[in-house]
Design a protein around this ligand. Structure first.
Ligand code: MLT
Length: 419
């Protein structure tokens, strides 16, 4: 078989439908070509009008708007509105959306009681996913096949409002610090930073440069079409599960190191290089040596065969934050050296191993004082509007309950003859 000038050897099956299906799956794996058969649960299976991604060209657009323009010119809440409702809000729509979110930032004190039961060693994502799921217990009417527009909107607002409160509490729990309740005079990103970093006895000055960097980071992570967590949210939601339960399932998917753990791995790699003496050229050589198991984390991306469009924006945000805050962190120096090597070394250029969004996001989070265990929580905070938009789209399209088709590969028939 010849596809796009490449030839593939592939046995033509003359067997059963079952055997043919296995061979088609093998062909797909060899060629990277997708099938539109939803049985295979790949990106070709989902029709969506939310995010456009072209990995070859390095293009990412939300509802048709280039990510570069949104990250430079809009706020996270504006982008959330765009993703969820399909259009940019007018000034009054944005004001109303923002006011509604502000009104719902508090969580029920009984949620607080559940929260108090978690050990301080609990991973922040364990608490976040549990408490977001628990919201269904407080809003049981959210499980219904016939939610009207107002009811869906209320769930959307509640979740957008309460998730940052719970997310900041997971950090406070880990630190053993007293909790902060939301401050409704602040914008979304500032309120989150306030809940994370302020103490009752101290005046907390919110640095606008950090707020701006956080806004960008959240926008860049707001949606990324079909991936593990997003398709989980759609699949769980397709059973008419509540928005809270569906997003909680997505949070668990994101917690998996293969999905949300990339920026944490970058930081751990930087720490390992530092511990070894900080010689980046040694690790660049190791990365090039195919007999060495060392892998450079945060370079290249599964879907981007070009520069990750999010990485360009976040690189600038990282440069701005580091120079504005005058941070002199040896780990960040190592990161800058690796980045330089990857952007100038022919080996990396030829293989398109550019630093990706995860390479820079961990650096910014570290610079603004967010510990590595909280990185996936930050990812969840950013991805929230995308998950909501995908859940809502799937409900509005009245998609049937998901039931991934299976290609059975086991024994066909066996006789039970006893032990
Ligand atoms: C994401 O932003 O969700 C990640 O890059 C993972 C992916 O899209 O496959």
């Amino acid at each position: 078989l010849i596809l796009d000038g490449k030839s593939y050897s592939f046995p033509v099956t003359e067997g059963t439908e079952h055997e043919k299906a296995i061979d088609i799956a093998k062909l797909r794996d060899q060629t990277g070509y997708i099938t539109i058969d939803s049985g295979y649960k790949n990106t070709g299976a989902t029709k969506s009008a939310i995010t456009f991604l072209d990995g070859e060209e390095g293009i990412l657009r939300y509802r048709g708007y280039p990510i570069e323009q949104l990250a430079e010119q809009s706020s996270f809440i504006e982008v959330a509105y765009l993703l969820i409702y399909g259009k940019l809000p007018t000034t009054s729509e944005l004001q109303e959306f923002s006011n509604q979110i502000t009104k719902h930032t508090l969580v029920h004190e009984d949620v607080r009681k559940i929260f108090d039961g978690f050990p301080s060693a609990a991973h922040p994502m364990a608490i976040l996913s549990s408490l977001i799921c628990a919201l269904t217990a407080f809003y049981p009417e959210s499980v219904s096949p016939d939610l009207n527009k107002e009811e869906i909107d209320l769930n959307v607002i509640r979740l957008m409002a309460k998730l940052p409160t719970i997310a900041a509490w997971t950090y406070k729990n880990q630190m053993g610090h007293p909790l902060n309740y939301p401050r409704n005079d602040l914008d979304y990103a500032s309120n989150f930073l306030y809940m994370m970093f302020s103490f009752p006895t101290e005046k907390y000055d919110i640095d606008p440069r950090i707020v701006s960097a956080l806004n960008k980071l959240l926008i860049l992570h707001a949606d990324h079409e079909q991936n593990c967590s997003t398709s989980t949210v759609r699949l769980v939601g397709s059973a008419n599960a509540s928005l809270y339960g569906s997003v909680s399932a997505g949070i668990n998917a994101l917690w998996g190191p293969l999905h949300g753990g990339a920026n944490q791995e970058v930081l751990e790699m930087l720490q390992a290089i530092q511990k070894d003496g900080g010689d980046t050229s040694k690790f660049i050589a190791k990365a090039k040596d195919k007999n060495d198991s060392f892998r450079l984390m945060g370079f290249g991306h599964r879907v981007y065969k070009n520069f990750d469009p999010r990485a360009k924006i976040i690189k600038k945000a990282a440069d701005d934050v580091l120079s504005a805050l005058g941070i002199n962190d040896p780990l960040l120096k190592i990161a800058q050296e690796l980045e330089q090597a990857a952007l100038t070394d022919q080996y990396f250029i030829e293989r398109k191993l550019y630093p990706n969004v995860d390479f820079y996001s961990g650096i910014i989070y570290r610079a603004i004082g967010i510990p590595t265990e909280m990185f996936t929580v930050m990812f969840a905070l950013g991805r929230l509007p995308g998950w909501i938009a995908q859940w809502k789209e799937m409900r509005e399209n009245k998609e049937p309950i998901g039931r991934p088709r299976q290609v059975y590969t086991g024994e066909l028939e066996r006789d039970y003859v006893g032990i």
